[in-house]
Design a binder for this molecule. Structure first.
Ligand code: UT7
Length: 334
């Protein structure tokens, strides 16, 4: 195993221009702007126009991340796409993006760990780079969630938006990059959040009275309880592995599912509000794209300085969760 450190070399994102506001949702289901803001912290979501394939968002995010890394598409060795709403099961989203950006030297595959997808993909990509098998890995978290949202179900339709976030990973000097990571899965809790695909059970049909079977259904309060505990425990664990405490870190970049989940975890960890990166008021829940989009915004706004320590932490369907302890060091390509 090469003794090298793996870090983020470049970031990019794409948010489709059309917005779905809380006031728009008031006209669609029995809800109110006041309820949505108070219970979730969300105000608007970006929605991709009908008729446009979702992977096109990932193409734009990928191009920006590669440019930001100072590379060209021909330099990319592997593309991993995380998604809960692929345009096709085959070809993979990763192959569609590989084709459109002209990454002719890259292998490509999709990966599904739901909202935890980005964290899983970073840990997977790190192994390929650390062993020397690949030099540059592009991760694209591509989530066209409006395509699997039932806009007749007020429990879910207020939550989700569309977006893609991308990063390029490669070798960085030893003081930067991924220091520790931890991944968990809890398949026994998977029934709390489902998106049927090629098999629809009677139970899944009953839970979707509108007849939109390929849509998200969740037991919101079960997932909520799991989420606060999972985010708190994974953050504590990954920091403990690094010999750090929550008070040592400069920023936490959590999955953006609900501001009450984020604040609940931050409070338990005794992390100050100004160290928490929250974007969900403008994006809603964009599943695995939450973290890379938040990282791109923090990076471009200059909120991340080289040497800053951060935790990226997510939970989601599966159920899954995971966390990464990371030292920011962009433009430090080895
Ligand atoms: O990315 C991972 C995926 N998912 C999540 O992270 C979701 C985690 N869960 C949550 O964020 C929250 O559970 C929700 C935002 C989904 C729901 O918030 P809550 O505070 O847990 O509400 P609740 O489900 O306990 O419902 C409270 C009430 C219910 O009415 P009754 O039964 O008390 O009369 C709901 O029917 O609020 C009602 N309600 C709504 N009212 C207005 C549910 N959705 C809405 C709505 N507008 N959109």
């Amino acid at each position: 195993m090469h003794d090298l450190s793996v870090g983020i070399l470049g970031t990019g994102m794409f948010l489709p221009p059309d917005l779905l506001t809380n006031h728009d949702l008031e006209k669609m289901v029995d809800t109110s702007d006041e309820w949505i803001v108070r219970r979730t912290g969300m105000k608007q979501r970006h929605i991709l126009k009908e008729g446009i394939p979702s992977y096109t968002m990932g193409v734009e995010a990928a191009k920006l991340a590669i440019e930001d890394a100072g590379l060209t598409p021909m330099d990319i060795d592997l593309i991993i796409v995380t998604t809960e709403a692929p345009d096709f099961l085959s070809p993979s989203m990763a192959c569609l993006i590989q084709r459109d950006i002209g990454a002719k030297n890259a292998a490509a595959f999709d990966m599904n760990a739901a909202c935890t997808g980005f964290v899983y993909a970073v840990v997977a990509a790190k192994q390929f780079i650390k062993t020397g098998y690949y030099r540059y890995v592009l991760i694209v978290s591509n989530e066209g969630l409006s395509r699997i949202t039932d806009y007749k179900n007020r429990n879910t339709c207020i939550l989700f938006g569309d977006a893609a976030g991308a990063v390029v990973l490669g070798e960085v000097p030893g003081e930067y990059g991924i220091k520790e990571s931890i991944l968990y899965s809890y398949g026994d809790l998977g029934h709390n959040l489902t998106i049927p695909c090629c098999y629809i059970s009677e139970e899944d049909k009953e839970r979707r009275p509108s007849g939109m079977y390929r849509s998200v259904w969740q037991d919101g309060s079960e997932v909520f309880t799991f989420a606060v505990r999972a985010m708190t425990d994974s953050t504590k664990k990954v920091l403990e592995m690094a010999g750090k405490t929550p008070q040592d870190i400069d920023m936490i970049i959590p999955h953006q599912a609900n501001i009450r989940i984020i604040n609940g975890a931050a409070k338990r960890l005794k992390i100050d509000d100004d160290k928490v990166m929250a974007i969900l008021d403008k994006t809603g829940n964009i599943s695995s794209a939450s973290i890379p989009v938040a990282v791109d915004i923090a990076s471009r706004e200059g909120r991340l300085k080289n040497g800053d320590s951060l935790v990226m932490v997510a939970f989601g369907g599966g159920l899954t969760c995971g966390a990464i302890y990371f030292i920011w060091g962009k433009n430090q390509r080895h």
